[in-house]
Design a protein around this ligand. Structure first.
Ligand code: NAD
Length: 550
């Protein structure tokens, strides 16, 4: 009997994954061990220049067609040369995913969960400083912004998703003494194509691993502007014992990579986060290729936002002002959840604006390795040009209340900027800017109800939003009037900073399919249920009682 034919006993006993708890956010206060470790890792990784290959079926592939990954806050500093995938490499990645699928999809789900739990533990301990430093240097996040993303949120995804998978597996149909009905949660037939954005390392980690947990194998195209952290993720999977071919890493130009992946007969699903425009184009390509596919691909996409803060005249002004500053400007406003349109009642406007502009005056923008900086650089030249273009429009057509400056010579730095809109439908109130620009509209207190309608109708997106009020009737009106305006809605809090297990994240309308990352709703998309009926007492005669005439 060969080794591969040797019968393997299945585990006897119902296994339970550890009860997940949100990973505590470390402070990085002066003298703390985490700060010393992170500073050391920032220094050592700044001195390295990585050569990042594709990883296909566990093998490193160097195509020789390379591009550079640089620090956004020091764009002459190259962190990595990465190899770009061509069509043949994507074909090979799909073949490797199909090959790995046979074994991986047949594993008991608990063994797949163990890989995620091990990855979480590695990231909590020995990999934490490395992934945070890669995120800080490559994506220009401050220590705190990296910590809540590449450490805490990703650790939470990897610990909570097994817990949700366990809940899903326990969902079984009813039976009786004559029959046993069972639900089997099969992996999708084919491969899942995961396409991830630059702005959250945790999303780069979650989009391939959530389908993988459910037994799928994945072709992963990371964002070209987040290569160093994406590459470290592949190393973590390897260290956690993930078999080769389960996640295949194919950085490259999106057009050619997606061209092959989206037209392949074995495409079983797309797990995307990024802009609405790109998602729409992918959906169109999928529609055009419909006749080729073996199954209907599951298409999951979380996309853009034009997130709001609406203040009522009864709002707590100090809390409101902090929410505008933290929500609007942390990570340079490059969060899909960042509030970028604010509605202020005239009675509070002066007080709120004084507080907000005072805080903005204190904010330091610069190199994220200097922990005194509250903001780093925006991701790349394209983003810099787009955002400064919006600011130029504001200078010409609106009123810039604070900020407005930018300098891109060394790093792509843009000052936090506050704009007062001349009209509520001014383009900076409607379009996603994805930068540190907050635009506000001052409304007459008496027009509260009209303003609710305005907030609801102003943008095509519906991702996040917040209302600030002490008056309970006003809160009730906002909660019900803005029911479809945001998939994540906050009362007296900023609309950023969703926590796995607490505020499952996603929006509707132009903001995506709202499949709530880090929840059972998302995992449901990556399984195809099989219903099985086993009859303990099958009928032995074909006739029915009604056929007898009395
Ligand atoms: P992006 O759309 O430019 O890129 C996202 C990914 O798509 C990248 O991997 C990119 O290479 C790839 N891509 C680009 N063009 C493509 C094409 N034609 N075909 C296939 N793939 C293509 O987005 P980004 O700049 O990386 O991220 C910012 C956007 O992501 C914002 O719109 C933001 O709101 C959104 N976002 C949404 C969420 C959410 O949960 N809703 C979370 C984070 C970011």
């Amino acid at each position: 009997m060969s080794e591969s034919e040797r019968p393997r006993a299945a585990w006897s006993g119902t296994r339970r994954v550890p009860v997940p708890v949100n990973d505590p956010v470390r402070s990085y206060a002066p003298g703390s061990p985490e700060k010393l470790e992170l500073k050391a890792r920032l220094a050592s990784m700044s001195r390295e220049r990585l050569d990042v290959p594709l990883i296909i079926g566990g093998r490193e592939v160097r195509t020789g067609n390379t591009a550079q990954a640089v620090m956004p806050h020091d764009h002459g500093h190259v962190l990595a040369d990465y190899h770009k995938a061509g069509a043949a490499d994507v074909e090979a990645a799909i073949a490797a995913a199909r090959e790995a699928h046979r074994e991986w999809s047949a594993w008991p789900w608990e063994d797949r969960a163990a890989v995620m739990l091990k990855a979480a533990e590695l990231l909590t301990t020995s990999w934490r400083a490395t992934l945070n430093a890669a995120t800080m240097l490559g994506q220009s996040k401050t220590a705190f912004q990296a910590e809540i993303d590449s450490a805490c949120e990703l650790i939470d995804f990897w610990r909570f998703n097994p817990h949700y998978a366990q809940q899903l597996m326990a969902e079984q149909p009813i039976s009786d003494h004559t029959m046993w009905n069972q639900a089997e949660y099969r992996a999708l037939e084919g491969f899942v194509y995961a396409v991830t954005p630059f702005n959250f390392t945790a999303i780069g980690g979650n989009l391939p691993t959530a389908p993988a947990l459910m037994g799928n194998t994945v072709v992963w195209k990371p964002a070209s502007s987040a290569i160093p952290s994406a590459y470290q993720l592949m190393k973590i999977y390897e260290a956690a014992g993930m078999p080769p071919g389960v996640i295949n890493f194919v950085p490259g130009d999106p057009g050619p990579v997606s061209g092959v992946a989206l037209s392949h007969a074995d495409l079983a699903g797309v797990h995307f986060t990024g802009s609405t425009e790109v998602f729409n184009s992918m959906w169109k390509t999928i529609g055009e290729n419909m006749a080729r596919y073996r199954s209907y691909p599951r298409v999951v996409g979380e996309t853009g936002g034009k997130d709001f803060i609406l203040a009522h005249a009864s709002a707590d002004v100090a809390a409101l002002a902090v929410a505008i500053v933290r929500g609007g400007f942390e990570y340079q406003g490059q969060k899909c959840s960042a509030p970028s349109r604010v509605y202020l009642p005239r009675s509070l406007a002066k007080d709120v604006l004084e507080r907000v502009t005072a805080m903005m005056g204190e904010i330091k923008v610069g190199d994220v390795s200097d922990f005194r900086n509250f903001m780093g650089a925006v991701i790349d030249k394209r983003a810099f040009d787009r955002i400064t273009g919006y600011i130029a429009d504001a200078k010409a057509n609106a009123r810039v209340l604070a900020g407005g400056g930018s300098h891109g010579e060394r790093g792509y730095f843009i000052e936090p900027t506050l704009v007062e809109a001349p009209r509520p439908d001014y383009r900076l109130m409607c379009e996603e800017i994805f930068g540190p620009v907050v635009t506000l509209w001052i409304y007459d207190d008496a027009r509260w109800h009209e303003t609710l309608d305005l907030v609801d109708a102003t943008s095509p997106y519906a991702l996040t939003g917040a209302v600030f009020a002490q008056d309970r009737r006003a809160l009730r009106e906002a909660i019900s009037g803005l029911r479809h305006a945001a998939g994540n809605f906050y009362v007296n809090d900023k609309p950023t900073g969703a926590v796995v297990g607490q505020q499952p994240f996603g929006g509707a309308r132009g903001s995506g399919t709202n499949d709530k990352a880090g929840s059972v709703l998302n995992l449901l998309r990556w399984v195809s249920a099989r219903s099985m009926k086993e009859n303990f007492a099958p009928p032995r005669e074909y006739g029915y009682p009604f056929m007898t005439e009395a």
